[in-house]
Design a protein around this ligand. Sequence first.
Ligand code: ADP
Length: 258
Amino acid sequence: RLRGGREDGHPFGPDATTHVYAVASGKGGVGKSTVTANLAVALAQQGKRVGVLDADVWGWSVPQLFGVRHPPVALKGLMLPLQAHGVSLMSVGFLVQGDEPVVWRGPMLHKAIEQFLGDVHWGDLDVLLIDLPPGTGDVTLTLLELIPDAQLLAVTTPQPAAQTVAARVGRMARDARMPIAGVIENMSTLVCSSCDAETPLFGEGGGARLAAGIGTTLLGQVPLDLPLRTAGDLGLPAMVATPDAPSVVELRRIAASL
Ligand code: ADP
């Protein structure tokens, strides 16, 4: 059923038994990659076989978030994903040298995404999380085409601007008949590390409004907290480094609900 999957003769592409979630946002900086990385680790900690495909071809952050950066090994014409914290990883960032810009356009992007699905030895995965670039560009379209059974996970902050652009992604998925798994509101409140007071720094209700607007459910609200940011910068997912941080507890709960 999946193009690039096993049925089409690609031995190791994600097949029909793999739950594929395409993690999308309307704009950058809302925490899409941070959410993806930590959901992946949480799912792996539940005993699932998990892969993360970093399809954010211009602004990849999976190498940084997982603290791995070296070229993948090739085996019999297939690339082996890198392993970190129980998760199989593939990212454009593993393939480019240093700060080289990636200047791929439509057809090359299409080919690259196709190869990431079909020419990577993902093995048998229970879950594949795809970290999409923000917005409704070529990569998102390609994935909709290659994996029509993928489900959309939309990440937004409570801010109206983030929510409005995320709604466009939701409508694009709906038009392509891609099922929508739900909305994750990130940076919902700022939790004070000394007094536990919560401040709605970016406003309130954006996640719920987005979910209602695209006809899906709000899966959870992840607070802003320091451990999630510092862990990302250190290259150790907060799900491992600070399992009790409020943001991590909520992300673990969301992962269990998927
Ligand atoms: P995106 O993938 O949407 O561009 P990132 O995941 O790169 O966003 O997150 C942007 C920045 O915000 C990163 O520095 C990240 O550590 C930080 N961040 C994301 N979510 C949170 C949160 N809930 N609390 C604190 N910092 C966060």
